[in-house]
Ligand binder design. Sequence first.
Ligand code: ADP
Length: 206
Amino acid sequence: MKKNLFIAFEGIDGSGKSTQVKLLSYNLQNAGHKVYLTCEPTDSPIGKLIRDIFNHRMEGDHRTIAGLFVADRLDHLLNKTNGILKKLEEGYTVISDRYCFSSYAYQGTHMPMEWVIEANSISAGLLRPDLNIYLDIPPEAGMTRLNNNRSSIELYETLENLKNVRSKYLEAFDLLKTKEKVFSLDGNRAPHIIASEIWTEIAGLS
Ligand code: ADP
């Protein structure tokens, strides 16, 4: 299997990304890969600003959020200590819970998607994932999972928004089908079945 992979997980809130990130990481480590797990928004000061807006600790317009994501992603890639590019150079396989498609889908529900794609074009030009893994679940199922597991609901976590975000994901996949490699699968099944399909797909990457 190819080393130094960069894999991004995508999907609406509650789609099972963090569950699958853990299972894939476990499988990769068993196969002898050094794995670096990361996520967006990141833990950097820029990512923290985004989380503060999501958690209603700070006020922020959607356009401000879109700009913060552009900056957070660039730092995520370029940071000299723990940036994705550095980690890949060091021989890690990097798995990110969310990357560019999350911006296209989430910010794309509030502003023109072409703008969001253009605003993130430096990041996308620096590094496109070897595979974007999209966990597709009905927005109603995402809401149920979130309600069962969260004490508070974040900015984007309403049923209407999850429906919009899902449709924007599909729009973005179509717009970028010649540029991005996307593996879309039904996330409304048992976690181990999903993990095994992901493993087969990754094993086939050349
Ligand atoms: P995300 O990171 O996409 O928000 P999580 O992995 O945190 O999603 O999953 C959200 C909730 O749904 C968690 O409680 C998790 O245990 C549960 N969950 C994850 N995958 C599945 C699945 N395939 N079927 C049912 N429940 C799941």
